[in-house]
Design a protein around this ligand. Structure first.
Ligand code: ATP
Ligand code: MG
Length: 209
């Protein structure tokens, strides 16, 4: 079993968006994927209520119960657990980060977001977790190449000393449209650019173990 924690102390960077899209893709690939929603806002759980399909399973827990829940999930059938965490929750985020095999810090590429990830990086380093940064809601690649904003964001992130995913996720309407009826982009527009980005991100995550 592998546990991936989506983390950002800043609100609205795309933790829930990436968490659910990755979990749906993992399920589509035949992996036994579970989302654990420890955010009191419970956005992942609300998405699950709008969803027609049973998989992936979305469970709601408080951070204080995570350790027991994950220990109880150490069964061969659970392959991937995606932890969706709350913003502004350093204690709960630290609990989740400590239990994760990989912490993905989600940031938008704008300077205010990049500066704000210091708190999340501190949590990851203090817990000695394996961490990486993923850039989300980026301007889409132009003529096949990353835009200057994304290149500059990568440079700005060097100061934190954590790996940055070579795959960034673009700002695309499909990501929010798909959520309206509890779907993900790989279901909403399976051959679209958004779906391909999520597949590339998942492939990269798989190289991190
Ligand atoms: N790549 C993207 N393209 C388009 N819209 C996006 C993208 N990522 C996130 N969004 C939108 O941005 C908003 C915030 O995203 P999301 O809820 O996933 O962030 P979050 O980090 O989980 O927020 P919170 O900190 O409140 O939990 C949502 O409206 C979502 O649809
Ligand atoms: Mg969220």
């Amino acid at each position: 079993m592998r546990t991936i924690c989506l983390l950002a102390q800043k609100g609205g960077t795309g933790k829930t968006t990436l968490c659910l899209h990755l979990a749906v893709l993992a399920s589509e690939l035949g992996r036994n994927a579970t989302v654990i929603d420890i955010d009191p806002q419970a956005s992942a759980s609300a998405w699950k209520r709008r969803r027609q399909r049973d998989i992936p399973e979305v469970l709601r827990y408080e951070a204080k119960d995570l350790s027991g829940v994950l220990a109880g999930s150490e069964q061969p059938d659970k392959e991937l657990i995606f932890l969706d965490t709350a913003p502004h929750s350093s204690h709960e985020a630290a609990t989740a980060a400590a239990l994760a095999d990989l912490v993905l810090i989600v940031s938008r590429p704008a300077i205010l977001d990049l500066e704000a990830i210091g708190e999340s990086v501190k949590i990851v380093k203090k817990q000695r977790s394996r961490g990486a940064v993923v850039l989300n809601a980026c301007p889409p690649p132009h003529r096949g190449g990353e835009t200057a904003i994304v290149r500059e964001a990568r440079e700005a992130l060097e100061v934190y000393g954590l790996p940055v995913s070579p795959v960034s996720v673009s700002q695309r309407a499909a990501f929010s449209h798909a959520f309206i009826d509890g779907r993900a982009v790989t279901e909403f527009d399976a051959t679209g650019k958004a779906a391909n980005e999520i597949r590339s991100l998942f492939d990269w995550i798989e190289t991190q173990w």
